[in-house]
Design a protein around this ligand. Sequence first.
Ligand code: PEP
Ligand code: MG
Length: 588
Amino acid sequence: MAPDAERTGVAASPGIAIGPAYVVRRERLIIPEYRISEAHVSSEIERLEAAFQETRKGLAEIRSGMEATGLLGNIFDAQFLFLEDPTLREQTARRIREEHLNAEWALQRELNRLEALFESIGDPYIRERRTDIGFVVRRVLQALMGREPRGLRGMPEGVIVVADNLAPADVAQVKAGQVAGFVTEAGSRTSHVAIMARSLEIPAVVGIGAGLVEQVPDGAQLSVDGRTGELWIEPPPEVLEEFEQRRRQFLLLARHLLRYADLPAETRDGVRVFLHANIGVREEVPDCLRYGAEGIGLYRTEFLFMNRAALPDEEEQFQAYREILEAVAPRSVVIRTLDLGGDKLPSHVALRGEANPAMGMRGIRLSQRRCEVFRIQLRAMLRASAYGRLRVLLPMVSSLEEFDFGRDELDAVRQELDRRGVLMGDEVELGVMVETPAAAMIAELLARRADFLSIGTNDLLQYTLAVDRGNEHVAYLYEPLHPGHLRLIERICQAGRRAGVAVGMCGEMANDPLHCWILLALGIGELSMAPSSIPLIKKIIRESTVEEARELYAEVLDLGSAEEIRKVAANALSRRFPVEFEQIVPKG
Ligand code: PEP
Ligand code: MG
């Protein structure tokens, strides 16, 4: 093991990078602040409009060099929405008109206001979008001040990019195979640079902290481990050698794991588990198939509704759902109805100003309140069901009445479409997410009504432990192996077994190899996870027996803390899978 790294950050995209640093030093923009006279108001607003225009043109040029679709394109396009959003321009123009501020100052003020607004949002993914607005506004400010934005175009091959932060527009200029790694001062696992790096399969460490850009000279030799978050600057020969070895092992293992993609996840003692993929946008489907997903276990439809001025209509939704169902057929697709609400995103459908949005008007509650939006979505889904195997999933259910509401609406929409002679699949299942403690406690009642149960541990855990899933101050308490959480999961599994309905898990807990044996012991038949996690989990399942998983579970059942359970599980699994646990499983 190498001695402590010089800097450590958040392990954002696995893999080892070794190479020279390409340091992106951004010029500090000093924003001119002055008042203008009434006579200059209209020319100042014109100057603002022209700067927006120029920014749009510049970004469109970068976009035209990218593939039209794909997750990267999708992320990139979100920037245009900020540019197109009239509120940003109108509010800035209003400040020019009413407060007589120059355009740069007015825009900077507007940015401060928006950033403060985003900062107060609970969901970490949405909160990160604050940085995107910052990137876009910076480009407009550069245009106003006549500065050229400095991107990554023209950088040499094989470098490790070091920056304070990277915008989607920066990363979009990177071609696969051109950059060896990314290291940034800011960012988290949900920042765009992290998401894009994982999608491009480029190792990345983010959130290293201030001062990195000054510390690293251009061209300095770096070693980066995207699994442990380590960064070495001009490493001594023994460290370099160790990183070379880590890199060889990582690549070998990744290649080796891909061989499991198309094999069934069946334990040595003959228990079959189905491994599905979680997706947020349709562009992720090819990756799901490449990594061997046997279906889509969770399609979060919220992304269709995000970052836009108007709701997607029935036709747009139908096309999106149909495309996914067709691409995945004959495998099944779980489409979750809209889980918008307070902390998920500020949108036209959700309510604003709730003091405690995670416990407010979200998921099925919002669908009840905004029934017309829910019906449009169900109509689009049922129409799409003619093209594949659809399973509908209801989020945030905490009572039988809420489930019954979903069932009644689905039946009513089906009858309406039937009357109109619309083609539909005739075996559409309706499932329920078990992600509130109340739903877990009445799981046996829900299981008599639903066609399947899907355990959403991300929320179940936050509500069970009273630990906000997006709050870094209590992140150390957010522990899926908490004995209270495990007992609830056990209860849900028993309820499913007794009623004879399938029980799956689509929360992040299913993603972590450390939990694999416990979930096997509990008898969960479907695990849905990030596509790239599938080969490793398949390998572990194929090389395990349910018997040894049950032995482990019996051993941890009476332990009183998550920490003890984690230790015992880590011991057992890393003894059986030493290479995988040493090289792939995220540290910490
Ligand atoms: C969950 O809560 O576990 C889940 C899968 O849903 P989301 O993360 O979208 O809330
Ligand atoms: Mg949830």
